[in-house]
Design a protein around this ligand. Structure first.
Ligand code: FES
Length: 148
């Protein structure tokens, strides 16, 4: 019985830091679920601002933009666009310069990894450390980010 409890805990941890699609992750810890729900605010049309053209961003790369004075890193990974804070919470490196892999970005300075989906610090899933995330959409050939 005790072993099963630890097996489940380990399973939850590997799901958070692993690369399986979220839909394929049947069990997440309460903390992880709370982290995933952050940034799901409903936004209106006027919250979206054009930040770049689709042609400006290559697959697997980051692009630094500034919206209302906030540096934001925009990524195209696996055909999906993501936007997160561009300042690493460790020592401020631009995350837009990081290495993109499996819906995450690895900071180019010291290697901290952050989820592109929810901004969580993937190296320490129980930590409250995270970066902000922003809704992204493509309208025509424009990449738009919503900032509330
Ligand atoms: S500044 Fe990003 S990991 Fe150190």
């Amino acid at each position: 019985m005790k072993f099963e409890r630890y097996r489940r805990k380990w399973s939850n941890l590997t799901e958070v830091i692993g690369g399986a699609p979220l839909a394929a992750r049947p069990r997440l810890s309460t903390k992880a679920v709370a982290c995933l729900k952050l940034g799901e605010d409903s936004l209106s049309e006027e919250n979206y601002q054009t930040v770049a053209k689709v042609a400006d961003l290559a697959e697997g790369r980051g692009l630094s933009v500034v919206v209302d004075g906030t540096p934001i890193a925009v990524f195209l990974e696996g055909g999906n666009y993501y936007a997160i804070d561009d300042n690493c919470p460790h020592q401020g490196a631009p995350l837009s310069d990081g290495i993109v892999f499996d819906k995450s970005v690895t900071c180019s300075w010291h290697g901290w990894r952050f989820s592109l989906e929810n901004g969580c610090w993937l190296d320490s899933p129980k930590s409250r450390t995270k970066v902000g995330t922003y809704p992204v959409r493509v309208v025509g050939d424009e990449i738009q980010i919503a900032v509330s």
